[in-house]
Design a protein around this ligand. Structure first.
Ligand code: SF4
Length: 227
C-alpha cells in the first residue's frame, strides 16, 4: 500500500503540480524565506510578497545586516510579524555562527530562531534534497486519511505521523524532494480540510478514507432505493 501510494502520488505530481517560484530554486536562503512566509499565509499572497522581499534582501548576509525597521517594512502586509523578526534573527545567527551558510540537517536547523520541526524538515528536503520528512497540517491530514479511516483515528499522534512520513520518504534526494512537495500539494488541492475531492483524487484506490466514503455513499444509495 505504501509503495502504491507513493507511485500514484508522484505520477499525479508530475502532471498537476503548481508552478510556484520557491519550487524553482534549491537556494537554501530562498527556500527558507518561502517557508517562513508560508507559515499561516496563503500561497497566493506569498507569491505576491516573496519576489519583492527577495529583491530587497537578495541573500542572507544582506538580511543579516539590515535594520529591523527595514525588514518589518518589507514584511508589511503579510502579518504575523514575529516571523519577520525571527527570520532576521536567524540570518544574524547564521551569519555569525555558520559563516553565512544554513545548516543542512534538521537537527541543526531546529536550533535556529523561529524554526520548528516542520520548517527544519522542509528546508533540509527542499533546499538540500535530504530524505527527511516534513509534516505540516496538509501532510498530516493526508496521511491520517490515507492510512487510517480519518474518523477512526482522531488521536493519531504526531509521533506516529512523523514516523510514518519518515518511512514513506524515498531515500533518493530528488525523489524525496518531489514526494514531500507532492503530499503537501495533494493536501492543498485535493485532500482539502472540509470537503476532500475524493472522486478526482489520484490516491483514492489506496486511501482508507476515500474507499470508505465510496462504500458509505453506495450504502446510502442502496438504503434510499429500499425506502
Ligand atoms: S481519496 Fe479522499 S480522503 Fe483519500 S487522500 Fe484522496 S481526497 Fe483525501
Amino acid at each position: 500500500m505504501r509503495t502504491a501510494f507513493t507511485r500514484k502520488l508522484l505520477a499525479w505530481w508530475a502532471r498537476a503540480a503548481r508552478d510556484l517560484p520557491w519550487r524553482k530554486t534549491r537556494d537554501p536562503y530562498r527556500v527558507l524565506v518561502s517557508e517562513f512566509m508560508l507559515q499561516q499565509t496563503q500561497v497566493s499572497r506569498v507569491a505576491e510578497y516573496y519576489p519583492r522581499f527577495l529583491e530587497r534582501f537578495p541573500d542572507l548576509e544582506t538580511l543579516a545586516r539590515a535594520r529591523p525597521r527595514a525588514v518589518r517594512e518589507a514584511w508589511d502586509g503579510l502579518g504575523y510579524y514575529a516571523r519577520a523578526s525571527n527570520l532576521h534573527a536567524l540570518a544574524r545567527v547564521v551569519s555569525r555562527d555558520h559563516d553565512g551558510t544554513l545548516p543542512d540537517e534538521p537537527e541543526e536547523l531546529i536550533k535556529l530562531p523561529g524554526v520548528g520541526r516542520y520548517t527544519a524538515g522542509a528546508v533540509a528536503t527542499f533546499a538540500y534534497e535530504k530524505p527527511v520528512p516534513a509534516v505540516d497540517t496538509n501532510v498530516s491530514r493526508v496521511l491520517r486519511r490515507v492510512f487510517w479511516r480519518s474518523n477512526h483515528a482522531p488521536r493519531t499522534t504526531h509521533r506516529v505521523l512523523w514516523n510514518l512520513a519518515a518511512a514513506l520518504v524515498p531515500k533518493s534526494g530528488k525523489s524525496a524532494w518531489k514526494f514531500n512537495q507532492a503530499v503537501m500539494e495533494l493536501g492543498a488541492l485535493i485532500c482539502v480540510a472540509r470537503k476532500p475531492r475524493c472522486p478526482e483524487c489520484p490516491v483514492r484506490p489506496v486511501c482508507r478514507t476515500g474507499k470508505s466514503r465510496r462504500t458509505d455513499a453506495a450504502g446510502e444509495n442502496r438504503s434510499s432505493k429500499n425506502r
